[in-house]
Write a protein that binds this ligand. Structure first.
Ligand SMILES: *[C@@H]1O[C@H](CO)[C@@H](O)[C@H](O)[C@H]1NC(C)=O
Length: 355
């Protein structure tokens, strides 16, 4: 081996060690665990039989190595920025990835599944993991960790971790107001459905607390009426005069208010449950797009931008010229730049509660 090559390898090893060292040093929380839908699924749906997938181009076009990982965007998600910010690792891997090591598992994983809702029927429609299946996977995770590092260390890890829940949009867009009238029959008024939804959120959070979680963030709904596909499906003139649908936005604000108030009632001694507002940063991006350097906020970058997501946004889809000018990547999900701006707005909350 030449001296130069030896030196190069040495430099590489030192670099790798120092990266791991700096991550281990910087973090006061042990791990991050994420539950919910496509806004936070980093690729679990790649490993289950579903059509709700984003693991083909052009998804991931701006991710490391342009890899389509199953993230529903051109790049990274808010949860990736979170784990990097708190000093745990660069990106948050999906729990179902069979190649994860114990070290990967130890600093947190994602249990979310694209298409999911709080309502199990929503997840059934989306052929993905329900909230309670996601919680079951977390229980399985704990058993795995206990076998690997012992019960005491696992309990400590679980106690010192941060938990994030981000779901609910699909309950309204695909389920309650979707083509199948099942839930509208069960819960004729939206107030009744909202109440049902809260029971499900409560059940999930109680389950998480019972498993030992102490720091939980509950992410509210986005302005659903501004999602490009929702505009298209509900507007009388879906091509011209595209505007956010205020009926959906009012509903989102209403649900968010319920979440923000109600989650506090579930706190137990030593636990903290905080509400994370994503409605405000998204509506700001949509309504004041030029302030952020955006030029288009009512259409996605992929395809026509009016309706495509999942398999609708695929290798054959035309793409916008400059993704940095778009708030939305496909007709449901923000671009990496959009996610970065959402993350920036959540930073103070994360700093206060997680870092
Ligand atoms: C918003 O969506 C609802 C439900 O589809 C529809 O009844 C309403 O007309 C829409 N509003 C506008 C301004 O397009």
């Amino acid at each position: 081996m030449s001296a130069l090559l030896f030196l190069l390898i040495l430099v590489l090893i030192v670099n790798i060690l120092s990266v791991q060292y700096s991550y281990a040093q910087k973090s006061t929380i042990s791990a991050v665990f994420v539950f919910g839908d496509s806004t936070v699924d980093t690729g679990n749906n790649d490993y289950i039989p579903t059509i709700s997938r984003g693991n083909f181009p052009p998804y991931g076009k701006d991710f490391e190595n342009h890899e389509p990982t199953g993230r529903f965007s051109n790049g990274r998600l808010v949860t990736d920025f979170v784990v990097e910010f708190v000093g745990l690792k660069k990106n948050l891997p999906p729990y179902l990835d069979p190649s994860l090591t114990i070290e990967d598992l130890m600093t947190g994983v994602c249990f979310a599944s694209a298409g999911a809702g709080f309502d199990p029927l929503t997840s059934q429609i989306g052929m993905c993991l329900t909230q309670s299946q996601q919680l079951d996977l977390f229980k399985e995770y704990k058993v795995k960790m206990e076998a690997a590092i012992g019960k005491e260390r696992t309990d400590d890890l679980v106690r010192r971790a941060g938990y994030l829940l981000s779901s609910g949009t699909n309950d309204f867009s695909f389920n309650y107001y979707g083509p199948l009238p099942i839930r509208r029959k069960d819960y004729p008024t939206i107030a009744q459905y909202k109440q049902f939804q809260w029971q499900l959120v409560e059940q999930f959070l109680q389950g998480l607390l019972d498993e030992g979680a102490q720091k939980i963030g509950v992410v509210g709904l986005p302005p659903i009426g501004c999602l490009p596909a929702i505009i298209t499906l509900n507007s009388k003139s879906p091509i011209f005069g595209r505007e956010c649908n205020e009926t959906y936005n009012a509903l989102a604000r209403d649900v968010n208010q319920m979440l923000e108030t109600n989650i506090k009632t579930l706190e137990r001694p030593g636990t903290k449950i905080v509400y994370a507002d994503i409605y405000t940063p998204i509506i700001n991006m949509v309504e004041q797009k030029s302030q952020y350097g955006f030029e288009e906020s009512h259409k996605g970058c992929c395809g026509t931008g009016l309706i495509e997501a999942d398999f609708g946004c695929n290798p054959k889809s035309p793409l916008c010229d400059d993704v940095l000018k778009y708030v939305f990547w496909d007709a449901f999900h923000p671009t990496e730049k959009g996610y970065r701006i959402i993350f920036d707005s959540l930073k103070p909350l994360i700093q206060k509660n997680l870092a």
